[in-house]
Design a binder for this molecule. Structure first.
Ligand code: GLC
Length: 530
């Protein structure tokens, strides 16, 4: 694999550290817990681990409110635990990606504490402070991502500060070079400790309109939508100057060998592409969330794959995401049958796959009783279906009372409803979703066509999605049935091959030519190499 880099041919596995493994009996996962579970990740066959934030934090947004960029919150352990984890991840041949949250700090971060003291504080301009509007209200109409005004009035100095998320998460002023330098130092702190890269939180938010102009009204807004959608985010994010900031971050990573910069970006494909940067000096991987946001429809997905492939800048490396800590579980959205097809799609598409912990065993949305709600978004905009807790529950290791996650009551409810929806049970069953993931990951490692090969669309109709992956002499056909009725796909004349893997257990080695009968909910990988 030496002609591609690890973050190109490898698979990334996201861990939400509060919910992976508790090692100290407080009901919350920790770094030592992750370390103890590394043999599982090695067995599964992923190449890199991305860990959501574990920095010191008041946990208003569960770690996405950072109070110190260069330490570990005691809930998760210590810097020594981090070093031990990092050493073991590397010893297992895996890479370690951290979550970097540069857009905002916690309101308890010493920088903000200093900034808010007075209008002449040395750190005043590290955040975004403005006088009230003439009527005393907020300086502009911007809305927080979690609902309500994005401006908070601060009595001490009689000004408002801007927060794109919670009021406990004041936005940094990235137009200020001192902020940039301080954040670059935070990156170097972890790079020096050996981390292999960063997933950068809300990277498209870093720069706001210089004049903080009002956002225009969204004429398509509907009342069941989040409040944020009342306006079009024309001035509050995705500003041209953000690319310079990202290029500077990238330059910091380039001081080291072989590191990766991944950007969290929720934008349509045509705007997403700018985040590769001019001369590809932006993010290596601007996250591609198309599969999370699109209807599960073969024709639609087929066209978005082609749109994405066509839009990529020359040399820009693709990537695909099937789940994360902000979205509903994929197995819940699609049901158990299509969750298998989705696994096959994620791991056969061209581009780096990112897998969210628990999706490999088909974890679903876990009901959260009102008194156990944790997510601040749900607390701000209740009952509209925005709660992220159901997708953040403890990893289901076995069918014991606390699913092998902890020996205390976990911070979120555990899911017991299905006796085989756990690692222990599925490891024993070769037909399980977990074993399918393992086989797919193995195949992706064995077959260069799958990990780094070209993508070639294949014409299909109805619920069938088909494409080829090709590398040197290798050619692999992928045929996925996104529907619940059997179909027939007519292969081009002369096309013959052998089944390598079916997500429904069809025998490997079966010969394929002419008319390919594909069962309901079936996904097939066929080797066309002569
Ligand atoms: C990102 C994170 C999300 C967090 C938000 C604010 O979208 O993924 O979990 O709430 O940023 O930091």
């Amino acid at each position: 694999m030496s002609d591609t880099l690890w973050w190109q041919h490898g698979t990334i596995y996201q861990i939400y550290p509060r919910s992976f493994q508790d090692s100290n009996g407080d009901g919350i996962g920790d770094l030592e817990g992750i370390r103890q579970r590394l043999p599982y990740l090695t067995w599964l066959g992923v190449d890199a681990v991305w860990i959501s934030p574990f920095y010191p934090s008041p946990m208003a947004d569960f770690g996405y409110d950072v109070a110190d960029y260069c330490d570990v919150d005691p809930i998760f352990g210590t810097l020594e635990d981090f070093d031990r984890l990092s050493t073991d991840i590397h010893a297992a041949g895996m890479k370690l990606v951290l979550d970097f949250v540069p857009n905002h700090t916690s309101n308890r971060h010493p920088w903000f504490q200093e900034s808010r003291i007075s209008r002449d504080s040395a750190k005043r301009d590290w955040y975004i402070w403005r006088d009230p509007a003439p009527d005393g209200g907020p300086p502009n109409n911007w809305i927080s991502n979690f609902g309500g005004s994005a401006w908070q009035f601060d009595e001490a100095t009689g000004q408002y500060y801007y927060h794109a998320f919670l009021k406990e998460q004041p936005d940094l002023n990235w137009r200020n070079p001192e902020v940039r330098w301080a954040m670059h130092d935070a990156l170097r702190f972890w790079l020096d400790r050996g981390v292999d890269g960063f997933r950068v939180d809300v990277i498209w938010h870093l720069i706001k309109d210089q004049e903080l102009r009002d956002n225009p009204i969204n004429p398509a807004y509907e009342p069941h939508q989040r409040e944020l959608n009342r306006l079009l985010e024309v001035h509050s994010c995705d500003q041209p100057e953000v690319h310079e900031v990202i290029a500077e971050m990238r330059a910091v990573l380039e001081e080291y060998d072989d590191r990766v910069l991944i950007g969290e970006i929720y934008l349509p494909i045509e705007r997403l592409m700018a985040y590769y940067g001019s001369d590809l000096k932006g993010a290596h991987l601007p996250f591609n969330f198309q599969l999370l946001q699109s209807a599960w429809d073969a024709r639609h997905i087929d066209s978005l794959i082609q749109e994405y492939e066509t839009a990529l800048p020359e040399g820009g490396w693709p990537n695909w995401v099937l789940g994360n800590h902000d979205q509903a579980r994929i197995a819940d959205r699609l049901g158990p049958d299509q969750a298998r097809v989705a696994a096959m799609l994620l791991l056969t598409l061209r581009g780096t796959p990112t897998l969210y912990y628990g999706d490999e065993i088909g974890m679903v949305q876990v009901p959260i009783p009102p008194e156990r709600v944790q997510d601040p978004w749900e607390k701000n905009e209740p009952g509209l279906g925005f709660n992220r807790d159901p997708a953040r529950t403890p990893m289901q290791w076995d069918d014991s009372d606390r699913v092998g996650f902890s020996n205390a009551e976990p911070w979120l409810p555990v899911d017991h409803r299905e006796p085989t929806r756990n690692v222990a049970a599925q490891k024993q069953d070769r037909s399980s979703l977990l074993c399918l993931y393992k086989q797919l990951l193995e195949l992706r490692r064995q077959r260069k066509a799958l990990s780094v090969g070209r993508y070639r669309p294949v014409t299909a109709e109805g619920d069938i999605l088909a494409f080829r992956r090709e590398h040197e002499g290798e050619s692999i056909l992928i045929v996925l049935n996104l529907g619940s009725a059997a179909h027939r796909l007519m292969l081009d004349e002369g096309t013959r091959g052998r089944v390598v893997l079916s997500c429904l257990g069809r025998k490997a080695g079966e010969e394929i030519s002419g008319a390919l009968e594909i069962s309901a909910n079936e996904g097939l990988i066929v080797d066309l190499t002569n």
